[in-house]
Design a protein around this ligand. Structure first.
Ligand code: ADP
Ligand code: ASP
Ligand code: MG
Length: 404
């Protein structure tokens, strides 16, 4: 049985017109003799009736006291409504289909409600249903604990549902349908001349996704990479082939369109606070700073430790908690909220002279101060004020000629 997994995101399902495109993609692949597993997200974006953000707002506006376990139950409704709607449309078109929830599709997770991790996928029921119908629709973003509680996989988790199910079913390919023409050199909402990349390696896209390119969830790419199943990120609204994500093998790379590029793209994470604390190593103070952050479940990034102090970032949403925890240690932290982390990503930047010089040149040409920087063998990060973020991304995109 040739199995293809198709995942449709929120905007791909948001209107009757969008759903017509979805049905066309399903029909085309059925004609190619695939058995289809279609993973769906909740329909639409914030403000639309059954979108995940709308359901979250609803729970906040109505008491905001919902325990995490029950909140997951509420969130699961978005994907269930979406799946039932698509099933009804397919039946109407004469295509046989059935719906399975995450639990029925075999997703077993831990009990970290709101951000559960997949422990196992047992796809026996999906396989059995594929013998009876042309399309098995699976609600993305959800699973169930060993004891039967509904869980959700964290924001953007439908991508992970699709690749995890694709891996468990040994699918031929996983198609991620979204509202852009594949993976681009930057978020097209910010950089207008961002260019679609026809081919990328799992590692390249994984790095971009980890740095904030939300077109695909990083966990989803990691799972696909482990099973080496090709992933295609493509638009629901055009016929473009999008971006094919595979593993370069050094032999077929030229045919496959792998290009030796230094920099593959730029990405960003906003709403970050920079914290600096003057403290030396006496009385284990520096250690106490990081232990206190961990005890308060505050995730820290961009860490810089010097003999006289520590410098790091947290999300704006955690900054108050972080500051009062530090004051509790009798320290006098300084903080700068409203920052953004801008990244230049590329497998080829390791050891190449001049990359940092280009970054500094691009930003100083626009008078953008760099508040902090760091690098790894695939990424260079700079911290800038949030109001400089858009300009910084555009300047870097243009400096590295990513539009070409
Ligand atoms: P879906 O609902 O289909 O999962 P998402 O909103 O999660 O869609 O992801 C698609 C969005 O990701 C695009 O609309 C785009 O604005 C954003 N995005 C950010 N970085 C990139 C990038 N490098 N390439 C393509 N899209 C990107
Ligand atoms: N509907 C969920 C979210 O908005 C999952 C997803 O779209 O991938 O996060
Ligand atoms: Mg998404």
């Amino acid at each position: 049985m040739r199995i293809l997994v198709q995942k449709f995101g929120g905007t791909s399902l948001s209107s009757p017109q969008a759903r017509t495109h979805v049905i066309e993609h399903i029909r085309r692949e059925l004609a190619r003799q695939y058995r289809l597993v279609v993973v769906v997200s909740a329909m639409g974006r914030r403000g639309e009736p059954y979108a995940t953000d709308t359901l979250l707002d609803w729970s906040e506006q109505n008491g905001n006291g919902l325990p995490l376990r029950e909140k997951d139950l509420l969130l699961c409704c978005g994907e269930i409504i979406s799946a039932a709607t698509l099933c009804s449309l397919l039946q109407h078109e004469g295509i046989t289909a059935t719906v399975l929830t995450g639990a029925q599709a075999g997703f077993i997770t831990d009990n970290q409600f709101g951000n559960a991790r997949i422990l196992d996928v047992k796809p026996d029921r999906v396989r059995a249903e594929l013998e009876n119908v042309q399309v098995v629709i699976v609600t993305g973003f959800q699973g169930q604990t060993e004891s039967g509680d509904f869980t959700t996989l964290g924001r953007g988790g439908s991508d992970t549902s699709a690749t995890a199910l694709g891996a468990a079913l040994r699918a031929e390919m996983i198609d991620i349908y979204t509202d852009v023409n594949g993976i681009l050199t930057a978020d097209p909402r910010i950089v207008e001349d961002a260019r679609p990349l026809s081919h990328m390696s799992y590692t390249e896209i994984c790095n971009m996704a980890h740095q904030g390119a939300k077109v695909i969830h990083p966990r989803a790419v990691e799972i696909a990479m482990q099973s080496l199943i090709p992933v295609r990120v493509r638009s629901t609204f055009t016929d473009s082939e999008g971006t094919l994500v595979t593993q370069p093998d050094g032999f077929h790379d030229v045919q496959m369109g792998f290009v030796d590029r230094f920099v593959s793209g730029v990405a960003y994470v906003s709403n970050i606070t920079q914290i600096s604390v003057e403290c030396d190593r006496t009385e284990g103070l520096q250690l106490k700073v990081f232990k206190t952050m961990a005890e308060n479940s505050i995730s820290v990034d961009f860490i810089n430790v010097t003999p006289t102090g520590v410098l790091y970032t947290v999300f704006d949403s955690d900054s108050e908690k972080a500051i009062s925890a530090l004051q509790g240690l009798n320290l006098k932290p300084r903080s700068l909220s409203g920052c953004a982390k801008v990244s230049v990503i590329g497998g080829g930047i390791n050891g190449v002279p001049g990359i940092m010089a280009k970054i500094v040149e691009a930003l100083s040409e626009h008078d953008i101060p760099i508040l902090q920087s760091a690098d790894s063998n695939t990424t260079i990060w700079v911290l800038v004020k949030k109001e400089d973020m858009v300009q910084a991304l555009r300047a870097l995109h243009s400096k590295f000629e990513l539009h070409r």
